[in-house]
Design a protein around this ligand. Structure first.
Ligand SMILES: NC(=O)c1ccc[n+]([C@@H]2O[C@H](COP(=O)([O-])OP(=O)(O)OC[C@H]3O[C@@H](n4cnc5c(N)ncnc54)[C@H](O)[C@@H]3O)[C@@H](O)[C@H]2O)c1
Length: 460
């Protein structure tokens, strides 16, 4: 019996190393078919899972409670598995160079517990060469085994999209690569157990590594182009969204929109590729230009907010600004590398008091990483400007009338007394109608309605 058959017959186990946004859905999916050990270095995370709590909200508490994944933070348990999937983070350092510490450390852990006849498949996003040139030597050193002889390696990039309930592990074609035909065949069959959309067999491990890193780089560059257009059209007084809608009627115009590019994938992965290119003596131009534009967007949004507030006769120092949404993308609790934080920091440098509302955000991570506390929507009163930064579904349900109530003068004007005053005073009417600065970054409100309702309205 080969390894695939033994796995299917539950004579051999699969291990998932790193149970985060990527590892957890994989572990849960495989556990429906085969025996799975879910390993993570984080003991608190393992405790959460054991108690049926899914902090990533990717699979949900009910699924965690009912899964047969054998959760453990004891690395020795990895010896029980013969097919290992590594899904640990691959962030960048402050200088934007790859931080391979977690993947190297996971390789050491796995190496110490690797048994003969195993296959190790890496899923973390890396630059071409990390699996074979960095992880394999670590696995060999720690295990005393020889790659290609005693164990094999593969690479299968993860394409899931957090918060997206349509494009899921099961529904996205999975690219799979192996160091030889046999490994590729086994890995492909194993993934086919859970990926309904099927697998694509890549020509080599480096091809699969490169494919993943360019998917996200391409997206980054396209969004950077949109952001550049937004900067240009804002200067021209042209609404970018309207331009894109018009251009989008052409069959081959690509559908992208401007926005803050955060998170640990699109805003990070291109740096993996440019780092490796630099090592080979090529200085990337397009990729790094795109990165620079996208990295500067938080500052641009904050400056645009301040300019709008000045035009609305607001006193900047001590002004109050509410930001709706702080996660790196909509309908997802993940706040890692969120560019909304750049907006907050920049506004605070102007002496502005910023309040943040986000029902989706992971409160603990937000505090630990950025020292930001969330406010309740009820606390959003007497604002000088309101920024809708992340289009969570909850925010799309908010009406412009509700937004108006977040500004000082409108609370008064809605009181009976002030209605009377308003009826007789141009000053109050003018103030109530003309100084509500609404920064609607992703255009969740209708521009015309906002203009008609007297907002000082701006979007990317
Ligand atoms: N989240 C996504 O949308 C997404 C999509 C595609 C690809 N990826 C890639 O997948 C990889 C994992 O991303 P993620 O979002 O799941 O990260 P994550 O931070 O949510 O999860 C990683 C997990 O690995 C654990 N870990 C860290 N070091 C470890 C070690 N040495 N041994 C065992 N466990 C360890 C962490 O405790 C954490 O639970 C990254 O390379 C990322 O670029 C992520």
């Amino acid at each position: 019996m080969n390894l695939y058959e033994k796995i299917v017959n539950k004579e051999e186990k699969i291990s998932i190393v790193g149970l985060g946004y990527v590892g957890m859905p994989i572990a849960v999916a495989f556990a429906k078919k085969v025996e799975v050990i879910g390993f993570d270095v984080s003991k608190p995370k393992i405790e959460l899972y054991k108690n049926g709590i899914d902090p990533t909200k990717e699979v949900g508490n009910e699924v965690i409670k009912n899964t047969t994944v054998d959760f453990s933070s004891d690395e020795a348990r990895l010896r029980e598995a013969k097919f290992h999937i590594v899904a640990v983070p691959t962030p960048v350092k402050d200088d934007h160079t790859p931080d391979l510490t977690p993947i190297e450390s996971a390789s050491r852990t796995l190496g110490r517990n690797l048994t003969k006849g195993s296959i190790v498949v890496f899923e973390s996003t890396v630059y071409p060469g990390v699996t074979e040139d960095i992880c394999v030597p670590i696995l060999e050193r720690e295990s005393g085994l020889k790659c290609g002889l005693d164990f094999k390696v593969g690479y299968s990039p993860e394409r899931i999209n957090p918060g997206d309930k349509i494009h899921r592990l099961e529904t996205i074609i999975k690219v799979v690569a192996g160091q030889d035909e046999e490994t590729l065949d086994t890995a492909a069959k194993v993934y086919e157990l859970v990926v309904d959309a099927g697998v694509y067999k890549a020509a080599s491990i480096k091809v699969a590594e490169a494919a993943k890193v360019i998917e996200n780089s391409q997206r980054d560059i396209n969004i950077a182009f949109m952001n550049e257009l937004s900067i240009i059209f804002n200067k021209m007084g042209i609404d970018t969204k309207s331009v894109l809608e018009a251009a989008g009627t052409k069959w081959n115009f690509l559908n992208f929109s401007p926005g803050l590019v955060g998170g640990h994938c699109i805003g990070v992965d291109p740096y993996y590729l440019t780092y490796k290119a630099e090592q080979m003596g090529y200085h990337s131009q397009i990729i790094l230009s795109g990165r620079k534009i996208n990295d500067d967007m938080g500052k641009y949004v904050a400056e645009s907010t301040v300019k709008k507030m000045i035009k609305a006769n607001k006193q900047i120092n001590g002004a109050k600004v509410a930001i709706f949404g702080v996660t790196f993308k909509e309908n997802c609790p993940d706040v890692r590398n969120t560019k909304v934080v750049d907006v907050i920091k920049e506004l605070e440098e102007y002496g502005i008091d910023v309040k943040v509302v986000d029902p989706s955000a992971d409160k603990e991570d937000l505090w630990n990483e950025y020292r930001i506390k969330l406010s309740e929507i009820e606390d959003i009163k007497d604002m000088d400007a309101v920024i809708f930064a992340v289009p969570h579904d909850e925010f799309k349900a908010i009406q412009l009338e509700d937004v108006k109530m977040m500004f000082e003068s409108n609370r008064y004007i809605n009181s009976e007394y002030m209605n009377e005053v308003a009826a007789t005073s141009d000053f109050v009417i003018g103030k109530s109608r003309k100084d509500c600065v609404l920064m609607d970054l992703k255009g969740i409100f209708n521009r015309k309605d906002a203009d008609d309702k007297g907002f000082v309205y701006w979007r990317l």
